[in-house]
Design a protein around this ligand. Structure first.
Ligand SMILES: [Mg+2]
Length: 216
C-alpha cells in the first residue's frame, strides 16, 4: 500500500519544454535590464563581475552552459520570482496531475517533491500554477542537498526510517528510478509528450498519465 508519493517535476508533472522554453528564455530576455537595475544593490551580481558589463557577459556565458552556479542561480531565481508575481509566468502541470494528487491525499497518502531544481524554485513553481497555489498539497520538498537523484543514498535520506515499500517514486529518468529501486521504493517511469524516448524500461512500470493512480 502506497502511503508516500514522491514526484519528480520536469517531464513528470510538468513539461520539459515549459522549463526549457518558457523559464529559461524568460530569464535570458531579462538579464540585461536586471543587471542595469540591480547591480549596485545586489551582492550576487557584484560577485559575478566587477562591473555591470562584466557581470552581464558572465551571466550570459553561465546561461549558455546551463550552469547551476550559486550566484547565477540566485539571479535567475529573482527574475523568475518577479515573472511569477507579475503573472507573466504560469507553471505547467499536465491535467491529470492535480486530480491524482487529490486522490492520493484523500486516501491518506502524503505527497513529496524531489527535483534537481532548488527547493525555493520548486516552491515558486507550485505556488504559480494555472490552478493557483497548490503548495499545501505537499508534505515536503527535496533538492540535490540530499544528494544526486541518481544515487540510491539520496532516497534513503528522503524516506528516513519509514518502510521503502510504502513509497512510490515517479520520474521520467530511468537512472533515477533504478537508484530509488535499489533503496526498495516502488517506482514508475513517466512518459509525457516532449520527453526523451526511453528505449529500455528495465521492467519498470510505465505511466502515460496519472489517471490510474490511487483509484481502487
Ligand atoms: Mg524529470
Amino acid at each position: 500500500m502506497v502511503k508516500n508519493l514522491l514526484l519528480d517535476i520536469e517531464g513528470t508533472v510538468g513539461s520539459i519544454s515549459f522549463v526549457k522554453e518558457n523559464l529559461f528564455s524568460y530569464a535570458e530576455k531579462r538579464y540585461k535590464d536586471y543587471v542595469e537595475q540591480n547591480y549596485n544593490s545586489d551582492e550576487h551580481l557584484q560577485a559575478l563581475g566587477n562591473s555591470p558589463e562584466s557581470a552581464l557577459s558572465n551571466i550570459q556565458k553561465l546561461h549558455a552552459e546551463g550552469s547551476k552556479q550559486l550566484h547565477f542561480k540566485h539571479v535567475q531565481g529573482s527574475i523568475w520570482k518577479d515573472g511569477y508575481q507579475k503573472n507573466e509566468l504560469v507553471s505547467h502541470l499536465f491535467p491529470d496531475v492535480i486530480p491524482a494528487i487529490e486522490r492520493a491525499l484523500q486516501s491518506g497518502a502524503k505527497v513529496y517533491i524531489y527535483s534537481s531544481g532548488s527547493v525555493p524554485a520548486q516552491k515558486m513553481y507550485f505556488a504559480h500554477t494555472a490552478s493557483g497555489n497548490i503548495l499545501s498539497f505537499f508534505s515536503g520538498f527535496y533538492d540535490t542537498n540530499v544528494g544526486l537523484k541518481t544515487e540510491s543514498s539520496s532516497y534513503k535520506k528522503i524516506i528516513g526510517d519509514s518502510n521503502p515499500r510504502e513509497w512510490l517514486f515517479l520520474s521520467d529518468n530511468i537512472k533515477e528510478l533504478q537508484a530509488a529501486q535499489k533503496t526498495g521504493l516502488h517506482v514508475g517511469l513517466v512518459v509525457r509528450p516532449g520527453n526523451d524516448i526511453v528505449s529500455e524500461n528495465d521492467g519498470i512500470p510505465v505511466y502515460h498519465s496519472f489517471d490510474y493512480l490511487f483509484t481502487e
